[in-house]
Design a protein around this ligand. Structure first.
Ligand SMILES: [Zn+2]
Length: 139
């Protein structure tokens, strides 16, 4: 996913910090344990500290972890999209699910998805209070 692709998925409705987060999440450049481990950070465990059930990958923390999953299910219900199935975060952030609505509607739906992803990440990080781990290594 190069910079040119990032340009093509910009959304003027969201603050730039959300756009940057989406770009980083799509490039696997957010400080989940699986990515820190790949980059040589010494960790006791790569299991998700919230559920302790799976490796903390980008998709786990943003989609599959129970807390995130419940939020996406509610958002999909709210938008009349029925049951939320296991989409990857990349698929979710594309925001091009087959909803037959106007272009503006699609842009708003993408805004909702991006903002939800951002807030899920903020919440996840808040819960694990990951201040000691080198986030800079992912920049
Ligand atoms: Zn989890």
């Amino acid at each position: 996913m190069g910079p040119s692709n990032f340009e093509s998925i910009r959304n003027s409705l969201v603050p730039s910090k959300v756009e940057v987060f989406v770009w980083r999440a799509r490039k696997r450049r957010i400080a989940v344990l699986a990515e820190l481990d790949k980059r040589g950070v010494d960790l006791h465990s790569v299991l998700c500290p919230i559920c302790n059930q799976d490796v903390e990958t980008v998709d786990h923390s943003l989609v599959l972890c129970s807390l995130a999953f419940d939020i996406w299910e509610q958002v999909f219900k709210w938008w009349g999209l029925g049951n939320f199935s296991n989409l990857s975060i990349g698929e979710i952030f594309l925001g091009n699910l087959s909803i037959h609505i106007t272009d503006l509607g699609k842009k708003i739906w993408q805004e909702v998805e991006w903002t939800c992803g951002y807030l899920i990440w903020k919440n996840h990080n808040h819960k694990v209070s990951r201040t000691s781990i080198g986030m800079r290594q992912l920049l």
